[in-house]
Design a protein around this ligand. Structure first.
Ligand code: FMN
Length: 167
């Protein structure tokens, strides 16, 4: 699959097979995240891979959707604002850097035949507490990771002229 096919193929997967994710594939997609660019190369990004069943179970207090727990793994992407580059107007790029790394991870997972789904609607204080994160780590997004059981049809996108202006 080339990059365009991978982008076309990616979906938000909300139903997973219980089959485990081979470590070789997990390592490949984490490496794709590691190679992501970041502002001033500060790399203010940290990933936590949750395999532990008890920790997964306790996540239900932070994100209460049954389908999420059908996947064998959960990955939590954190930004680290204190480590990030800041623009002269004070804008902190930690969340942008973490988002780029997460998107690398998600597209690499698609290339490996694995499903993911960006999740932002979780209770941050509960995730911080379960993962015992120090205050410098900001959980930004999570995804389940596993083999898709159901692959949905593509969702609607606005036409290109509604998002691009060439001048
Ligand atoms: C930053 C971000 C946060 C999201 N948070 C959630 C979420 O909390 N729960 C959920 O079910 N989907 C979530 N999604 C998935 C979107 O609903 C989905 O990407 C969008 O509907 C387009 O569908 P597609 O990913 O299949 O193309 C999120 C997506 C992004 C990019």
């Amino acid at each position: 699959m080339d990059i365009y096919e991978i982008i076309q193929k990616r979906r938000s997967i909300r139903s997973y097979k219980p089959d485990p994710v081979p470590d070789e594939k997990l390592n490949k997609i984490l490496e794709a995240a590691r190679l992501a660019p970041s502002a001033a190369n500060r790399e203010p990004v940290y990933f936590i891979v949750i395999k532990n069943k008890k920790i997964k179970e306790s996540f239900k207090k932070a994100y209460d959707e049954e389908w999420f727990y059908t996947a064998p793994l959960i990955i939590c992407a954190c930004s680290v604002p204190d480590r990030a580059w800041k623009r002269s107007d004070g804008k902190n790029y930690a969340d942008i850097d973490a988002t780029i790394a997460m998107d690398h991870l998600i597209l690499a997972a698609t290339a490996e035949g694995l499903g993911t789904c960006w999740i932002a609607a979780f209770k941050t204080p509960i995730v911080k507490s379960i993962l015992n994160l120090s205050s410098e780590f900001e959980p930004l997004a999570m995804t389940p990771l596993g083999y898709p059981l159901v692959i949905p049809e593509p969702t609607f996108r606005k036409p290109i002229e509604d998002m691009v202006k060439i001048i």
